[in-house]
Design a protein around this ligand. Structure first.
Ligand SMILES: [Zn+2]
Length: 376
């Protein structure tokens, strides 16, 4: 076994939480520690994302690529990814092109990675500003980080991490954007992707649009209350869910406030607003994206109360991943990453750490639950 180094750049012993950016309890540290020969690796904090390679599951390959090193892990299905998001106009970037490096919104190099906070709290003012600019102004151009958020780049990352399939989630406005049809056409016939569609409940001809996307291969529908600016239980959204029920399409919600969205979006993504949709549509599977984000406890309550609720672990802190795995039905928890905001290894590391010693649970979360849901 090759020697591993400690996560702290200083020589301060891990027993002392003072070397953490965020102090965590000793109990938590112990549950996240890995003995690697002479050295101890703690999974709570890394000086940058690439340091995930210190965990026993990963290695650096080809100089600078993070790769899965544990061949007992996999196959894997990631239920939450996006290609270059473009809300206001059709794609300007060529999503069939391959780039040498993928520019994740949260950089894997030179930026600390705290596994014990909601993932977006790792953004600095600089990286946050850059991301927001990329999703707005830059989406009108061919340039930006977004040009690297392409099919070949995601496929390469999946290959390196043993991810067999990814669910792709487009998001449309009522007019102008064509993410749904564009995504479906781009990945048609490509069995590495399980493509969702998107129809804004206030678009004209919702049912016809939905059926066109189903004909193009849509396997579910993404609903994003914060971006699409409507309450998840809005009466028009409720009509869309009934159309989904008739077509046996699961709905993946962006669920819960994330703290960095505009106020209008935050107001509409409060977890309390999702219950009516869930309760009144028992024949629709609702996947709660990000497991309720900053309101995880509320989402977990829905998962316990309603059999049609699945939890997508993307972006949750490691301790919350553990809590969800401890308390929710293990058959309704899914691995998701929110690529290209984040490298797919981050959420994978959390699931692997949290399921250490539980191979059955690991297999369900990383693969079997999603495979059953999407018959993949
Ligand atoms: Zn997302």
């Amino acid at each position: 076994m090759r020697p591993r180094t400690r996560r702290c750049s200083s020589d301060v012993d891990l027993q002392y939480p003072s070397c953490h950016a965020h102090a965590v309890s000793h109990d938590r540290i112990d549950r996240h520690r890995f003995a690697q020969g002479e050295t101890i690796v703690d999974a709570s904090f890394f000086s940058e994302g690439m340091e995930l390679a210190k965990l026993p599951y990963f290695e650096i390959r080809n100089g600078n690529r993070l790769a899965l090193a544990d061949d007992t892990v996999g196959p894997i299905i990631d239920v939450h990814t996006h290609f270059a998001l473009s809300y206001a106009t059709p794609w300007k970037v060529d999503i069939r092109k391959e780039y040498e490096a993928t520019e994740h919104y949260l950089p894997m190099q030179g930026s600390p990675l705290d596994m014990e906070v909601y993932l977006n709290k790792n953004f600095t003012p600089v990286t946050l500003k850059r991301m927001k600019k990329d999703l707005t102004l830059k989406s009108l151009t061919r340039s930006g980080m977004r040009r690297t958020h392409t099919i070949p780049n995601l496929t390469r990352e999946m290959d390196e991490l043993g991810i067999a399939r990814s669910v792709t989630l487009p998001i449309d406005y009522p007019i102008l954007s064509t993410n749904g049809v564009d995504t479906l056409e781009a990945v048609r016939g490509n069995d590495r992707f399980i493509a969702f569609g998107t129809v804004h409940p206030y678009a004209s001809g919702v049912e016809a649009k939905l059926d066109r996307q189903v004909a193009l291969g849509a396997r579910g529908v993404k609903v994003h209350p914060a971006v699409q600016l409507l309450s998840p239980s809005n009466h028009r959204a409720m009509k869309l869910y009934r159309l989904c029920a008739a077509r046996r399409l699961p709905v993946l919600f962006h669920c819960g406030p994330v703290g960095i969205e505009p106020k209008m979006g935050r107001k509409r993504s409060q977890v309390v607003l999702y219950e009516q949709a869930i309760a009144e549509n028992p024949d629709v599977v609702f996947i709660l994206g990000h497991s309720g984000a900053l309101q995880m406890e509320g989402a977990l309550e829905y998962a316990k109360r309603y059999a049609n609720v699945y939890m997508d672990l993307s972006c949750q802190a490691l301790s919350n991943v553990r809590k969800i795995l401890d308390e929710a039905d293990p058959d309704r928890v899914l691995y998701g990453t929110d690529w290209p905001f984040y490298h797919q290894a981050i959420a994978l590391a959390k699931v692997l750490v949290a399921t250490e010693g539980g191979p059955e649970l690991r297999r369900k979360v990383l693969h079997d639950n999603a495979a059953r849901l999407f018959a993949a």
